[in-house]
Design a protein around this ligand. Sequence first.
Ligand code: FAD
Ligand code: 2HG
Ligand code: ZN
Length: 460
Amino acid sequence: VSLERALAAVVGDRHALVDPGLRAPYERDWTGRFGAPARIVVRPGSAAEVAEIVRICAQEGAAIVPQGGNTGLVGGGVPRGGEVVVSLGRLDAIGSVDAALGQVTVGAGATLAALQAACRAAGLDAGLDFGARDTATVGGAVACDAGGVKALRHGTARAHVAGVEAVLADGSVVSRLAGLVKDNAGYDLPALLAGSEGTLGIITAVRWRAVPAAPARVAALVPLASAEAAAELLAALRAHAPSLESCEFFLDDGLELVLRHQRRPAPVRRAPMYVLAECAATADPTAELAAALDACGIEDAVVADDTAGREGLWRLREGHTEAIGAAGIPHKLDVGVPLARLGRFLAEVPRVVERAVPGARTILFGHLGDGNVHVNVLGPEPDDERVDDAVLELVCDCGGTISAEHGVGVAKARWLERARDAADVAAMRAVKRALDPAGILNPGVLLPNPAPAAGAGADL
Ligand code: FAD
Ligand code: 2HG
Ligand code: ZN
C-alpha cells in the first residue's frame, strides 16, 4: 500500500488531499514568500488519527509538517517540498470553561477567536490576542509561543499553557490535560512543546489558562517626536497605570501606507512616531491613562473609550501587516531589542537595509512594551537573504533576539547558532535527537541543517 493510500485509510478520502488544486492553500504561507508542493495533505479528525498518521510516517521515514491556520510568518508551517502536511483544523472542539479554575480544554485546531469567545462567555478573557485571531489556531499559537498585543500584561502563549495533549514522533500520545494548578512531577513537557514549532510533537489539545475579564477599556493614540519620547511614555504608563494592557508603536511612513490602503484620513496629528496604549480594568481606567499622559506633558493624544473608537485606532496598528502585504512580498524580521537600545536600533535598521539592498523600503512597527520590533522590508526578491542577514546581525550587536514571537521557522534557522551559545544549541539538538531521532517532525525548522533521513543516525 502506498503512503498516500495508508494515510487516506486513516482519515478518509475526503480528508486526504492529493489533488494539487485542493492542496494549494496548504502549500504557500500567508506572505507568499515560503512554500512548495506537499506529498499529501491530511486532515485528521481526532488525536487517535494524528497518532496513527505519525506511526505510518515514522515507519516510512516520511517527513511531517504540522499546520494550524497557516498564518505563521516564518515559513515553518508550509512544506519545503514533498512532506506530509498534517492540518489540525478539524480538532476544533472547545470544552466547557471551568470558571473556578479559569481554565478550558481546547482542541489544537480551534481558532484563537473561538477560544476568546468561549472565555468571554464565561466572564473571562483568553489573555492572548493578535491580528490573525480569526484564522490562527490555539495549537499554532502555542507551537510558536505567539505573543501579540497583551503579552506585556499577560505573557506570551506559553504563560497560558496549563497542559497539553500531543503526539510524539513515534506516534505515542502524551496527555497532561488535568489542569492541576500544582503538578511538578517530572519534566515540564508542555513547556517544552510551547515554542517548539512542530519539531518535537504535534499538539492535539491545550489546557488553556485564561485571565480575569477587564471590560472597562480606554485607548490612546499618541503622536511623538522620537523613540526616546516613546520610552518615556512607556515608563509613565507603567508608573501611573497598573491597568496598562497594550503598548504598541508605529512610524509615520507605516501610518501613511495604512491610511492609503484603508482609504481614510489620519485621525491624529502627524508625527515621526505613534504609540497606541490601551488600559483595561474592571472599573474605568481613564484616570490612570490620563495621569500617564499628563506626566509626559502630552496634550494631543486621541483618546477613545467606546468600542468603535478603540477599534478605529487599533485598525491603524493591526492594518500594517495587510497594507504591507498588498504592496509586495515582504521580508519579515520579528526581533526583540533591549528597550535602552530601541532608539539606536530603529535609527540604524533603515541604514543597514539600504546598504544591503539599495532602494529597499523599510517599515518598522511593533509591540513597544515588549521591545518587539517588526522589521518589514519590501523590494528584495523572496530568496535574497541579504537584508535578513543585515538586520539580524544588527539585532545581535544590540544584544537582542532574532525571534521575539513569530518563531524561528525556516526563515531564521541558519541564524540560531549565531544568536544562541554553542552549549544552548547543543542542548536543543540533544532534546530534538531524544524525542525525534529520525528527524521526521518539521525538518529544517528551528534547528539549522535539514534532519537526515530515517536510519542515517547522523547529526541532527
Ligand atoms: P501555522 O502558521 O499553521 O503554523 C505555525 C508553526 O506552528 C509551524 O511551525 C507549524 O508547524 C506549527 N504548528 C501549527 N500547529 C501545530 C500543532 N497543532 N502542533 C505542533 N505544531 C504546530 N504572531 C504573534 O506572535 N503576534 C502577533 O501579533 C501576530 N499577528 C499576526 C497578524 C497577522 C495579520 C498574521 C497573518 C500573523 C500574525 N502573527 C502574529 C503570526 C501567526 O498568526 C502566529 O504565529 C500564530 O500563532 C500561528 O498560528 P497558526 O495556527 O496559523 O499556525
Ligand atoms: C503584528 O504584531 C504581527 O501585527 C505581524 O506580529 C507583524 O506583519 C508583521 O510583521
Ligand atoms: Zn506582533
